[in-house]
Write a new protein. Structure first.
Length: 153
């Protein structure tokens, strides 16, 4: 991508990117409004999936551990069915149940995001065997948008 801004076009004065921008401006300048249309992509380039995934796994593990600990500390010392035991523990049990549900919703959302990223890679013709991370792809797209914007000036 950086080469587009450095490699000269056939006239040896204009960069390939400036040439592409000029053609787009002549044919359909709305096409160059990519930056405003893809503003969320620039933000997505700052999110590291691996870090988010590790934190989600940690949340799930800690929620499970908290839930197990609560189940074993039932008022009568009995280890009842987890949901029943937590319900009988009042606010503490309610908190753990809400935390468990929130953790499950986050996990479901993470699976949806993974699928959307797979479709995004497919849309941009990224090889499916390529192990590019979301932030890497979105940073690349963001850099391209910045280069296009600079070439318009």
């Amino acid at each position: 991508m950086k080469q587009l801004d450095q490699v000269k076009a056939f006239d040896r004065r204009t960069t390939v990117l400036k040439y592409i921008v000029r053609v787009c401006e002549e044919k359909d300048s709305d096409v160059l409004n990519l930056k405003s249309e893809l503003a969320s992509v620039i933000k997505a380039g700052k999110v590291h999936w691996e870090q988010w995934h590790v934190q989600l796994a940690s949340l799930e593990w800690n929620t499970e551990k908290l839930s197990e600990d609560a189940a074993y500390s039932d008022f009568e010392g009995d280890c009842l069915y987890q949901g029943e035991s937590l319900n009988r523990q009042g606010r503490r049990g309610e908190f753990i149940l809400q935390l468990t549900r929130a953790s499950q919703r986050l996990k479901a959302r993470a699976l949806q995001i993974q699928e959307k990223f797979r479709l995004t890679k497919e849309y941009f013709s990224v090889d499916t065997s390529c192990q590019i991370q979301p932030h890497e792809l979105f940073q690349t797209i963001g850099s391209f948008l910045e280069c296009v914007e600079k070439s318009r000036l």
